[in-house]
Design a protein around this ligand. Structure first.
Ligand SMILES: NC(=O)c1ccc[n+]([C@@H]2O[C@H](COP(=O)([O-])OP(=O)(O)OC[C@H]3O[C@@H](n4cnc5c(N)ncnc54)[C@H](O)[C@@H]3O)[C@@H](O)[C@H]2O)c1
Length: 276
């Protein structure tokens, strides 16, 4: 079994779930060497609750200079991806990114890919809150005619978004689902930064930001978010639906997203890899 020595950037909802999972040996043969958060106390509080001897970095450089760390997991923010990705890869470490939405900036993606190639390092993007990316990737080897992300959210969640407020869309008395946005993923990531990670993951797994469609529906019958992926192409038709529960520490983050980071890490240490 391959061993991974890990550092986590970001000790919020996902970072904490992941750190606890590593500490409890739920991520295969991995060790947590460092925690880092722009809020030092948050990283320290998390480290204090773990059994293992995890160091708390005051600066990212402490992690970059430690030759034993071979995987850095970003669970922080798009800003962290923008600021730190290239440095992590250049320091000779693989990188796992949770704030996948940062890669809706094609220039950033191009630059980070180039640095990874030059450094001979890998970038892992877990499926996050979406299910079905395995099928999308395989289907995309042949022609995909149409691919749509349908996101359904409770009206009260959507009513706080910038798009709904700017467009003066009244969602206060809905008695049935109402489509409030239908366009490309490229437009969706600008209009709905709240949906940026799922739209970006699906676009990157499949046909890109311009050809991937996004539909956003306000649904008064829901209490949590639902993401559907619908694909039509040469392989036939694929449909998946994830009705996610929020993670305990951050209602904006699906619990499944944190678990997908755990599973991605575990699969990096296993000798048999199941699934595409
Ligand atoms: N891929 C997916 O499907 C998916 C799903 C949910 C969340 N996410 C993304 O994952 C990231 C983490 O989510 P979360 O729910 O754990 O967030 P959170 O707000 O609970 O925690 C984020 C932590 O990162 C720290 N942080 C932010 N920017 C930083 C930086 N530049 N350097 C160091 N620390 C920094 C914050 O202080 C905070 O403690 C978010 O960007 C979120 O959008 C992705």
């Amino acid at each position: 079994m391959c061993q991974r020595i890990v550092a986590i950037i970001g000790c919020g909802a996902i970072g904490s779930i992941l750190a606890n999972a590593i500490d409890k040996k739920r991520t295969g043969n991995s060790d947590l060497r460092f925690l880092f958060d722009m809020n030092f106390e948050r990283a320290k509080d998390l480290a204090d609750k773990l059994d293992g001897p995890t160091k708390v970095a005051k600066e990212l450089n402490e992690i970059l200079e430690d030759k034993s760390v071979d995987l850095v997991i970003e669970a922080a923010s798009q800003e962290a991806v923008i600021q730190d990705s290239a440095d992590v890869l250049r320091s000779g470490k693989d990188l796992m990114v949770m704030s996948v939405g940062a890669f809706s900036d094609s220039d950033l993606l191009k630059e980070v890919r180039k640095v990874a190639e030059e450094a001979g390092k890998s970038i892992y993007l877990p499926s996050g809150a979406l299910v079905g990316l395995d099928g999308v990737k395989a289907a995309n080897i042949e022609k995909i005619d149409e691919i749509t992300l349908v996101t359904r959210k409770p009206p009260e969640v959507l009513s706080t978004t910038k798009y709904v407020q700017e467009q003066n869309i009244d969602l206060s008395n809905l008695d049935r689902p109402q489509t409030i946005f239908e366009s490309s993923a490229k437009n969706a990531v600008k209009a709905f930064p709240e949906s940026v990670n799922v739209a970006a993951s699906l676009s990157l797994a499949g046909v890109g930001f311009e050809k991937t469609k996004v539909k956003i529906i306000a649904d008064p019958s829901l209490t949590s978010n639902v993401h559907e992926v619908n694909v039509k192409g040469e392989v036939g038709e694929l449909s998946t639906k994830a009705k996610n529960v929020p993670s305990p520490d951050n209602p904006k983050t699906s619990y499944l997203a944190a678990l997908s980071a755990i599973m991605t890490l575990r699969s990096l240490t296993e000798v048999i890899s199941v699934g595409t």
